[in-house]
Every structure is written in structure tokens, then in C-alpha cells.
Design a protein around this ligand. Structure first.
Ligand code: SAH
Length: 352
């Protein structure tokens, strides 16, 4: 008989799972607090349960965890990137960012990715598998432990490897778990979900009625260029994508973030900025300009700083809300699948 993993279950589900062994209903919440707030990973450490109960539980259940496989720390000491091994030996990347306005964790939603974007290292070997809600939560709790005293992230961004809307049920379950007061008690507004543009998933998320922040990876101001960079654009072209984003903004009252990677000579000209401004005019939108992290395989490079500033000023002159994302991780390849890929290729970093 395979043992059931309690890590990643809601308190009520834990209560139901352990009820056949004579545990009262309130024990579900107690166990959830051990798992999600006190980082306990052994039944033996759950000291408000009797020894006999702990033994019965250990005989029938497991408590899933992630193990550190490699770590990189950025020079400025603000960004840590972790390669975390899952129960089956596969690994995903998680990034902990310490901003002066709070701590943020960047979570992976899949091992690998099936989206095929030309600039992204996560997709080089395709999709391997979806992560479970428990595996996503385990990434966050690993970072919580690194935070020591402060112990809780102020925000979570689902922007690691994978396409979250291609793993919809588990991602939603993860977001709802984080919100529970026996878990992180995190407000939905503190969660950002980034998508390559899966239109049906955006509508489904809007219908949940949760004020989660939606980020859309736009990266190009017209279909011809976007289709070259992102195959998903052939399925859901810009008009359909922006219409879905508008519905999301209307239904949730939340301003949508548009991510736009700046790639030298590809999408960084003034005319691209003007076209982008025209596309977003009148929309409830923030544009986040991201200097591309060069991935050797793709040969794509970031523009010089003055070019990026000029792109930004054209957007602003056209009344678009825009910022250049502050760089935190490029010196440790913290972006997007680059650490996992390096380790897979055998030229990974030393753990430190
Ligand atoms: N699949 C989702 C979430 C993961 S990617 C999405 O596409 O949004 C998270 C963000 O990192 C996206 O905006 C993605 O386009 C961006 N990204 C991917 N590769 C990058 C690179 N080499 N440099 C900078 N940003 C990159």
C-alpha cells in the first residue's frame, strides 16, 4: 500500500485522512500548523500528539519535502537561487528575493515547460511534468526557513519554470493553501501569476473571483514578431489575449501587468515602443520592461542601458505606466531555468 502524502493537503483533508485512525477532527488543523507554520517534517516532532498516534500516522502517511541540491547567491546578497530536489529526484528552481519593501519568492509550477518560447531556458528540454500544490508550497516554505526570524514572504510570484495556467488545478490549490490562516495567511493580492498567454486559463482564473495579480508575458507589440518569439501566439494571438486581459481587469478590478523582455535588435526600437503604447492605450496596464537574461543557446542579447531608457521614455511619453525591472539575479543566472539547465549539463555552480 502506498502511503498518502499529507503535505499539500488542506486541514479538512488532513482531518479526513487521519480520521480512520481515531484522530479527532481538530487534529487536521494541528497537523497542518506543524507542517506549514513550524516546518516540521517528522511525525515524531508533533509533540501535541501522543506517541502511539505519531507511530500510527508514520505507518500510514508520509510528509513530502524538497531537498536542497544547489544554491547560488547574488553578489548583492539580496537574491538566493535554489535548485530543489523533489521526491522523485527531479529538480526545480526557486528564487528568494529580499527587496527593501519585503521578501518575495519566485515559484516554479512545472518541471521544464512546454511553451517553447525562443528566449527561455526552462523550455529547452520541453515539459517534464506538472508540480503538485504541495511541491509548490514546499518551495515557499524552504525559503521561509531561509528567512529565519521574518519567516514569511510578503509576496509570491509564480514566475519560475513552467506555465502555471497549463497546470491550473494544482496552481489554484497552491494559491488557496497559501491563503489559509494555518498556512501563510497570504492575501490573494500578494500573489502574481505570470502566463505566456493561455486565454482559456485567464478566463477561468477571472471566474474564481480572487484578486490575484495577473502578469502577461507580452514581449512583442504585433503578432508577426510575437509568433516568432512565442509559439503560443499562433493559438491565442494578441487581440484574443488582450481581450482576455481586459475581461480579467474588469472582473477583478486588478490592473494587469505586461512583461516585455527587451532583446537587442529584436523588439527594442522606438517604433516597437510606439506600437506597444498604441496596443495598450486606454487599458488598465502596467508594463514591466525586463532586460533579457542571455541564454547562450538562443544567442539573444540585452540592449545597452541607454536604449532601454529610451524605450521606457517613449512609452511614458505615450502615457503608458512602465518601469524597468530592477535586476536582482542575472549574475547568478537566476532567471528562468538557467540554473537547472546548467546542472543538467554538468557545469553547474558549486553549492555555497
Ligand atoms: N510561463 C509563464 C511563467 C514563467 S516565465 C510566462 O510565460 O509568463 C516568467 C517570465 O520570465 C516570463 O515573462 C518570461 O517570458 C520571462 N523570461 C523567460 N526567459 C527569459 C530570459 N531569458 N530573460 C528574461 N526573462 C525571461
Amino acid at each position: 500500500m502506498t502511503k498518502i502524502d499529507l503535505f499539500g493537503l488542506f486541514a479538512e483533508e488532513i482531518a479526513t485522512a487521519v480520521a480512520p485512525y481515531g484522530l479527532e477532527k481538530y487534529r487536521g488543523r494541528q497537523i497542518a500548523e506543524w507542517l506549514y507554520q513550524r516546518f516540521v517534517r517528522n511525525f515524531d516532532d508533533m509533540t501535541n500528539l501522543s506517541r502511539a498516534t505519531r507511530e500510527v500516522l508514520a505507518a500510514h502517511f508520509i510528509l513530502g519535502r524538497v531537498e536542497l541540491q544547489a544554491a547560488q547567491h547574488a553578489g548583492n546578497g539580496q537574491t538566493d537561487k535554489f535548485l530543489l530536489a523533489l521526491g522523485d529526484g527531479l529538480a526545480v528552481e526557486t528564487v528568494l528575493m529580499r527587496h527593501n519593501y519585503g521578501n518575495s519568492v519566485c515559484v516554479s509550477s512545472q518541471v521544464g515547460c512546454g511553451m517553447g518560447c525562443s528566449f527561455c531556458a526552462s523550455t529547452i528540454n520541453g515539459l517534464v511534468r506538472n508540480l503538485t500544490a504541495g511541491e509548490m508550497l514546499a518551495q515557499v516554505l524552504f525559503c521561509c526557513q531561509q528567512l529565519g526570524d521574518t519567516n514569511r514572504p510578503d509576496s509570491i510570484v509564480i514566475m519560475g519554470s513552467g506555465e502555471p495556467l497549463a497546470n491550473y488545478e494544482q496552481v489554484l490549490r497552491f494559491i488557496r493553501l497559501c491563503h489559509e490562516n494555518y498556512c501563510l495567511n497570504l492575501s490573494y493580492r500578494a500573489v502574481t501569476l505570470s502566463t505566456a498567454g493561455v486565454v482559456p486559463g485567464i478566463d477561468r482564473l477571472a471566474a474564481e473571483g480572487l484578486p490575484v495579480t495577473l502578469a502577461i508575458s507580452l514581449h512583442a507589440p504585433n503578432d508577426a514578431l510575437r509568433s516568432k518569439l512565442m509559439p503560443i501566439n499562433d493559438r491565442y494571438p494578441l487581440a484574443a489575449l488582450l481581450a482576455a486581459a481586459d475581461r480579467y481587469a474588469t472582473q477583478t478590478g486588478r490592473r494587469v501587468t505586461y512583461e516585455y523582455i527587451l532583446i537587442a535588435g529584436v523588439n527594442d526600437r522606438d517604433e516597437n515602443a510606439r506600437e506597444l503604447a498604441a496596443l495598450l492605450r486606454g487599458r488598465l496596464a502596467n508594463v514591466n520592461l525586463i532586460p533579457i537574461n542571455s541564454v547562450v543557446e538562443s544567442g539573444l542579447l540585452r540592449p545597452e542601458a541607454p536604449r532601454m531608457e529610451q524605450f521606457l521614455s517613449v512609452l511614458r511619453a505615450n502615457h503608458v505606466n512602465a518601469t524597468i525591472r530592477r535586476e536582482m539575479g542575472s549574475d547568478i543566472k537566476a532567471a528562468c531555468g538557467q540554473l537547472r539547465h546548467a546542472v543538467l549539463l554538468g557545469d553547474g555552480p558549486e553549492s555555497n
